[in-house]
Design a protein around this ligand. Structure first.
Ligand code: NCD
Length: 306
């Protein structure tokens, strides 16, 4: 088993499948009245969150607690980080406390890689800048597999603000490793040529959502990340929705069996219409529930569970 999960590229098909299978066993536990396993009793998991998060942070916390680990939640706001403490000094503090695993979210791409040099425990990337978010890709793959029964040969469209999306990057890596056919869709400003070239070795690139929908098993919508945009990448929110928003008429262009995904948080009415987000074809709430099982599997396997 690998020691760290910094990138979806850390996972070969065998390891990724082991995590998904273990997550399925963990999911069986969520149906029970007592949702706890003693697997990580006496181990310490630190959640180190330098960027805002709802789903990912509580999901990692629930996962660690269901495995009986001791959980320490650290958020940069209210800590010595606001006094200017560096990531390295924070890492050395965690190391002194004997963290067995550090789950980190940071605005700097590459922060988890640096951290892994400074602590003895396992490092799990919970989102670094615009770079990667590997556990999101795992929970997305898990959701596709449980809804559609397979990943090999599945046609997945990843739509929207690809440029700023660590979710897209990790999904492209993981899904192609697991045999899915990925098409990345969005406006040319949000899939610039260098990104398209880097992606197109493994995936297809399209600027025309309507052309891609009829041939997709999965349509994964991405949030437009205005907080990471210094320029204007499209004329207006309305124009963006008209070209790249998933509304009800577009939902009808998808095959009957196809599902709609979104990692959250959503801009309802922009990249996704409320009726689509709340439709039975949407797996958005399921993705959150699956996130806990997948993160349990990741912590369990990285910390040497059998
Ligand atoms: C994503 C993230 O933070 O990268 N959200 C998540 O983890 N569920 C996507 C986003 O912020 O749009």
């Amino acid at each position: 088993m690998i020691k760290h999960l910094r990138s979806a590229a850390d996972l070969d098909a065998e390891t990724a499948t082991l995590i998904l299978d273990t997550a399925a066993e963990m999911a069986a536990l969520s149906g029970r009245e007592v949702k706890k396993l003693p697997a990580l009793r006496g181990r310490t998991v630190v959640n180190l969150f330098y960027e805002d998060s709802t789903r990912t942070r509580i999901s990692f916390e629930a996962a660690a607690k269901r495995l009986s680990a001791d959980v320490i939640n650290f958020s940069a706001k209210g800590s010595s980080v606001s006094k200017g403490e560096s990531l390295k000094d924070t890492a050395l503090t965690l190391q002194a406390m004997g963290a067995d695993a550090v789950v980190i979210r940071h605005s700097a791409s590459g922060a988890p890689h640096r951290l892994a040099n400074w602590v003895d425990g396992s490092v799990v990337n919970a989102g670094d800048g615009t770079h990667e978010h590997p556990t999101q890709a795992l929970l997305d793959a898990y959701t596709m597999r449980s809804r559609l029964g397979r990943l090999d040969g599945l046609k997945v469209a990843i739509v929207g603000d690809v440029l700023h999306s660590r979710v897209a990057r990790s999904n492209v890596l993981l899904l192609t490793t697991l045999g899915a056919q990925v098409t990345v869709v969005g406006p040319p400003t949000l899939i610039p040529l260098d990104v398209a070239a880097a992606l197109s070795e493994k995936t297809q690139v399209s600027f025309d959502l309507d052309a891609v929908l009829p041939d997709s098993d999965v349509v994964m919508m991405l949030r437009v990340q205005t907080e990471r945009m210094q320029d204007s990448y499209f004329p207006s929110a309305r124009e963006y929705s008209r070209r790249y928003g998933l509304d009800v008429p577009r939902l009808h262009k998808m095959p009957e069996h196809a599902i709609v995904m979104h990692p959250g948080p959503m801009n309802r009415g922009m990249e996704i219409a409320p009726e689509v987000a709340d439709s039975p074809r949407s797996t958005i709430v399921e993705q959150v529930a699956n996130g806990v099982s997948v993160r349990m599997a990741v912590l369990y396997l990285l910390l040497g569970g059998k």
